[in-house]
Design a protein. Sequence first.
Length: 266
Amino acid sequence: MAKPLVKARFASKVATVAKSASFHEQLIEKLRKLLRGRQFVPGAKFLTEREIAERFDTSRPTANKALSSLVSTGLLEFRQGAGTFVRESVLDYDLQHLVSFTEKAKSAGKKPGTQVIALQKLSAADAPAALALKVPHGEPLFFLERVRLADGQPVIYERRHVVARFCKGMTKADAKGSLYGFWTTKCRLAISGAEESIRAVNATPAQASALGIKTNTACLLVIATGFLEGGVPLWYEETLYRSDAYEFRNQLGGVSGPKPAQGRMR
C-alpha cells in the first residue's frame, strides 16, 4: 500500500514544480511586456524586487529570480548600491554580413564618430599582415589605427592594414568615415566578404587607454581578412570591441546533419 502513496506524493511534487516553473516564465514575460512599453525607457530605474512581488502577487525570491533572468539576457543591468536599470541600447555585431559601423551606430540611435590615431604608408616587409594579405615584401600597405565612437564613447579600437594599390588616394578625411563607403564609392571596389575569428581577451594597457576602460577588462577581439571579388585580399584587421557596448548576435537555422568541426584547439 505504501508504493501508491509514494507515487502520489512524487506526482504531486512534480506538478508543483511544473506549476512554479510555469508561473516563473509567465512573470518574466509580464516584465518583458513592461520593458516594451513607454514607461521604462533605456537608462530608467526598473521595479524593485519588493515592487514586483507586490504587483504580481508573488514571493520576493521568485521576483529576484525573474530579475536575474532579465539581467542575464541583457535587458536589465544591476548597479551596485543603486538598483536595477533598463539597459541602454547596445550595438549589434552582425555575424553574417559586413555592415558599416557608421550605419550600425545610426540604426541604434547613436551618433557615430571616429578618432584617427595613425594613417601611414609602409612596406609589406615591415608588416606581419603581409602573409594574410598574400602580397610580396615590397608591396606598399596603408596602416590605419582608429577608435570608433558612439555618442562620444569609445567602443572599438582598430588596427588595420590595407593593400595600398587598391586605394592609392586614401586620406585621414576618408579614414574618419566609413571605409566600406570609401572603398565601394570612391575606389569602386567590389567587396565580397571577410573571414573572421572571434575570441575573448583582456585589454592591454594601450588598448584600455584607447577605449577608456581599465586594463585587463574583458573585450572581444575580431581578427579578419577582407576580400575583393575573386578572393583577392584587401585588408587585414585586429579589432577590439568593448564587451559592455557590443553584443554579437547570430540567427541559426534548423538542425542539420553532422559536419566536420570548423573550430580549432587553442
